[in-house]
Design a protein around this ligand. Structure first.
Ligand code: PBG
Length: 313
């Protein structure tokens, strides 16, 4: 039946009706807040490229984690500078807030002098297999320190299988792996690189991160990671890659996380600061879109504010 029998506007007339038939729910329970943790005196250091986000000392990270938990955000994703701080922060957060899930980013880029996500061969090429061995060791060390989930973000081949084997061999068979399966070589990581001091000192990451044009390959990456033992897979960034989220959703059975990355965050912040858009509405719309595309979990720097807004609804 078509118009005039069919009138799509009938179900849009009033808020309770719209609420009743909404297909996609957004709730704080689906959000993960990334935290940047540093060693040194108790402080919060603003990150210029990411208004509202700070580098946190361990004590401040524990406080922040408590606020997130109180707002109903179930998980944090830890990035550390330098090596070792992630483990210390994971332990401190778990001690203070045992109910909060601690996810750790497993990568070498924050720790290598050249900023690439693996170790370099003499000819300057990132050595896949040597990197995988180190990444597996880092994951074990983070899980031992209390990480509930480890998330390898390096895009080396075979790392999920290596992590699974290393965790199992260490008695950590219950630690899930969230694989950054389809991580694209994206300009939208720009602000993060200031936050984590992880800009490569030469070249770029296109020899290991994915080409933005490739959707089929992203699905292949996800399937390979699942085959190697990934418990959850990730698509990153989120907003320019919603078709990839939808495709992975259609062809896999595991939970999917989408990473609403730093550049996506900072664009909204900049536009809102200039008065070009309504920040609250824009953020909730973008997060709903990521859920609608098929993501179960959204990693986002908007987590705390979004959780607050969702409480007020
Ligand atoms: C490091 C890493 C990056 C991000 C998460 N882990 C940067 C990169 O790969 O260049 C980006 C996160 C963001 O932009 O919010 N492997």
């Amino acid at each position: 039946m078509a118009y005039p029998q069919t009138r799509m506007r009938r179900l849009r007339q009033r808020l309770p009706l719209r609420d009743l038939v909404r297909e996609t729910e957004l709730s704080a329970s689906r959000l993960v807040a990334p935290l940047f943790v540093t060693l040194g005196r108790e402080a919060r250091e603003p990150i210029g490229s990411m208004p509202g986000v700070q580098r946190l000392s361990i004590g401040q990270a524990v406080l922040e984690a408590g606020e997130l938990a109180a707002l109903g955000v179930p998980a944090v994703l830890l990035f550390g500078l330098p090596e070792g701080v992630v483990q210390l922060a994971a332990r401190a957060i778990k001690e203070a807030h045992p109910e909060l899930l601690v996810i750790t980013d497993v990568c070498l880029c924050e720790y290598t002098s050249h900023g690439h996500c693996g170790v370099l061969r003499e000819d300057g090429v990132v050595d896949n297999d040597a990197s995988v061995a180190l990444i597996a060791r880092a994951a074990v060390s983070q899980a031992r320190a209390g990480a509930d989930i480890v998330a390898p973000s390096d895009m080396m081949d075979g790392r999920v299988g290596a992590l699974r084997a290393a965790l199992d061999a260490d008695g950590l068979g219950d630690t899930p792996i969230l694989a950054y399966s389809a991580k694209f070589a994206s300009a939208f990581y720009g602000p993060f690189r200031e936050a984590a001091d992880s800009t490569p000192s030469f070249g770029d990451r296109r020899s290991y991160q994915m080409d933005p044009g490739n959707g089929r390959e992203a699905l292949r990456e996800a399937l390979l990671d699942i085959d190697e033992g990934a418990d959850m897979v990730m698509v990153k960034p989120a907003l320019a890659y919603l078709d990839v989220v939808a495709r992975v959703r259609e062809h896999t059975q595991v939970p999917i996380a989408a990473y609403n990355v730093s550049g996506e965050y900072s664009m909204v912040k900049a536009a809102a600061a200039a008065g070009y858009l309504d920040e609250r509405a824009a953020v909730l719309e973008a997060l709903t879109g990521i859920r609608r595309a098929g993501a179960d979990v959204i990693i986002t720097y908007h987590a705390k504010e979004a959780a607050r807004w969702l409480q007020q609804m």
